[in-house]
Design a protein around this ligand. Structure first.
Ligand SMILES: *[C@@H]1O[C@H](CO)[C@@H](O)[C@H](O)[C@H]1NC(C)=O
Ligand SMILES: *[C@@H]1O[C@H](CO)[C@@H](O)[C@H](O)[C@H]1NC(C)=O
Ligand SMILES: *[C@@H]1O[C@H](CO)[C@@H](O)[C@H](O)[C@H]1NC(C)=O
Ligand SMILES: *[C@@H]1O[C@H](CO)[C@@H](O)[C@H](O)[C@H]1NC(C)=O
Length: 393
């Protein structure tokens, strides 16, 4: 009897402690969760009810006496000098420029030689696009200088050698760091304004994404064929009403004094998006008058677009941060997919195999692929990939 009591006591004790612990964990997480939920509610409310970002013009305008300072790091005009440049890449700007369908800017870092090489050998191969797809594409890599002083001269020598061979690096004299990504964005729009203004489209992409070039070229050609398609275009994976992240430990932390409002204007994920030539020109002009202290480059792009009256369009097969499932029924439609630092070559081979589309043709093929895509994209445990809507296109 006595023994039993003790056993019960022991059991209850364990129960009590467990309950207490669980409660503690819930409470500790609650604050975080609460914060998350509340900030999203506020940002969506702001985005969908108020939806006015007029403050951008005035709050982020560069005051005239700061204009000549031109310090790209903290809000200047991106006038860093070029260390490596290829002014003739598009056949010279202006009237005598060649007809270029797409100018492709890949944001790379000095030490990412392997990634650049994989891109050159696969989706960034200009001669493949010319001979197989009959389209004119120019690929360049946007770089700063290596942030570590001790490695800088070694890496720089390697870059110069690499550029001797491939002649596709565009490098400016700023530190290549996460917080200088906006400077890199400005580089891209200034370079294209200066040296490739005739390009029909401009794409900006990370160096760890996969671009299904045949599908992209087909899509861009379709746009060019329509009356309005090739104008006023900014397409990608759109973030609407995203709240600024206030947690100090986040990479994307933005303090209140930099951006006090509850949500950002709409923008596309920086991993890969396309703008038409007229939009590229507008963004260029916006970078001349807006303060670039917002160091998250895709958000800054949203500022520039908002200030010039451009809104982003969603395309379900631009993945943003998501990764495409490896399946032929996806390859038929995919445009970009994120997170392919190491498997670009094998994916390129699989996704552009001409035998691929045999079993997706006809009524049965279509049906089969729709079912496969629903299974790959719409089930709840498949997250961080294309949206379920993409299954039905
Ligand atoms: C940009 O804004 C920051 C504060 O957010 C300010 O310190 C800086 O001077 C501004 N730069 C220009 C060029 O207006
Ligand atoms: C690029 O494409 C061309 C034409 O298809 C091909 O001959 C060449 O080998 C490719 N280059 C690389 C580095 O794969
Ligand atoms: C950005 O680059 C400039 C110029 O090299 C440098 O002075 C600055 O420290 C860099 N900013 C960051 C946050 O790395
Ligand atoms: C101010 O922003 C609005 C859109 O919010 C835009 O239409 C307008 O052109 C901007 N004005 C200036 C002077 O940039």
């Amino acid at each position: 009897m006595f023994m039993n009591f003790r056993r019960i006591h022991k059991c209850q004790c364990v129960q009590l402690i467990t309950t207490g612990l669980v409660l503690c964990v819930v409470m500790a997480c609650w604050e975080e969760l609460d914060h998350h939920v509340v900030s999203h509610m506020r940002s969506y409310t702001y985005r969908y009810l108020v939806n006015s970002y007029d403050f951008l013009n005035s709050s982020f305008a560069i005051t005239s006496n700061q204009k000549d300072g031109s310090n790209g790091a903290d809000g200047g005009l991106g006038s860093h000098s070029y260390l490596i440049n290829h002014p003739g890449k598009c056949g010279g700007g202006g009237e005598d420029g060649e007809d270029v369908l797409l100018l492709l800017f890949v944001k790379s870092s000095p030490e990412n030689f392997e990634r650049r090489q994989a891109i050159r050998d696969t989706w960034g191969n200009e001669s493949f696009v010319r001979s197989e797809l009959g389209a004119s594409v120019r690929l360049v890599f946007a770089l700063g200088v290596h942030p570590d002083v001790r490695q800088r001269s070694r890496v720089q020598r390697a870059l110069l050698q690499e550029d001797q061979v491939y002649r596709d690096l565009i490098q400016q004299n700023f530190l290549d760091t996460f917080h200088n990504l906006t400077t890199k964005l400005i580089l891209q729009f200034h370079w294209s304004h200066e040296y490739c203004p005739q390009a029909n489209f401009l794409m900006s992409a990370d160096d760890d994404i996969f671009v299904h070039m045949p599908n992209l070229v087909k899509y861009l050609r379709q746009l060019l064929g329509t009356q309005s398609g090739a104008k006023d275009l900014w397409v990608g994976h759109v973030h609407r009403g995203a709240p600024p992240i206030r947690r100090k430990d986040s990479k994307y932390h933005v303090p209140y004094d930099l951006y006090p409002w509850p949500s950002y204007p709409d923008y596309t994920a920086g991993a890969g998006y396309v703008v038409s030539g007229d939009v590229a020109a507008k963004i260029y002009h916006a970078t001349l008058v807006l303060n670039s202290s917002m160091y998250i480059d895709d958000v800054f792009m949203g500022f520039c677009a908002k200030a010039t009256g451009v809104s982003p369009q969603e395309h379900v097969y631009f993945s943003g941060e998501g990764k495409a499932p490896y399946h032929p029924c996806i390859y038929y439609h995919m445009i970009t997919s994120h997170g392919h630092a190491t498997d670009v070559r094998s994916l390129w081979k699989a996704a552009t195999d001409p035998r691929l589309f045999r079993h997706s043709r006809g009524f049965m093929g279509n049906l089969y692929c729709t079912v496969m895509r629903v299974m790959l994209l719409c089930l709840p445990y498949h997250q961080n990939t294309y949206s379920c809507m993409a299954a039905f296109t």
